[in-house]
Ligand binder design. Structure first.
Ligand SMILES: [Zn+2]
Length: 198
């Protein structure tokens, strides 16, 4: 009984076990982080993460880093990440602020972010400037859809580069958000784990 309790305690409170979570920066320091929910620069104008740390399931983290490294070989600084794993307690906060499933996933159903299997991202050029993708991150409207073509040739090419590079590494786009990609190679459970901040 005592051993079981120790095991339970360790699995809930321990730092993330490597088989469950990978901090993306530990695989590649050159990947750029701009986690919007660790700031007030997001669509609910509230800081939701205590600190900016990007965790993903190990397979997903490896896929993102592989795509990043491919872009680096082409002369880009690589990928810039806006959001990674989003703990369910944070999803609940978001839902309290905006309980509308057109914009926020219901925490009871959860989203791919709550499973550690989705990332929001863009590409940055050799000067670390974001490529023009036509809209800002978290722009909810048809201009943010992949199917929207009334955009400049450069924007369409940039979105295509993002789609094709990520698809090669098993990361799939969704129709309505050019910045959102998820990993479909494996199923992962919803998680309530929240990372530590120093
Ligand atoms: Zn997303």
């Amino acid at each position: 009984m005592y051993q079981i309790l120790i095991f339970l305690f360790a699995s809930v409170f321990a730092t993330p076990r490597e088989e469950q979570w990978t901090e993306v920066k530990t695989l590649d320091k050159t990947i750029v982080l701009d986690l919007k929910y660790a700031t007030t620069d997001n669509f609910v104008k509230q800081q939701l993460y205590e600190c900016a740390r990007c965790y993903l399931r190990p397979e997903v983290a490896k896929a993102v880093v592989a795509a990043h490294q491919e872009l680096r070989k082409k002369g880009y600084v690589g990928l810039k990440l806006f959001d990674c794993y989003r703990p369910r307690p944070i999803q609940r906060k978001l839902w309290e602020i905006l309980p509308d499933d057109r914009f926020v996933a219901d925490p009871n159903k959860g989203s791919m972010h709550n499973r550690g299997a989705a990332v929001d991202l863009t590409i940055v050029d050799k000067n670390c400037k974001e490529l023009d993708m036509g809209t800002e991150f978290d722009y909810f409207g048809p201009e943010g859809y992949h199917s929207y073509t009334k955009l400049s040739k450069t924007v369409l090419q940039n979105r295509k580069l993002l789609r094709e590079t990520l698809a090669k590494h098993g990361l799939q786009h969704i129709k309505t958000e050019w910045w959102h990609y998820s990993y479909r190679g494996k199923q992962f459970g919803l998680s309530d784990w929240v990372w530590e901040c120093e």
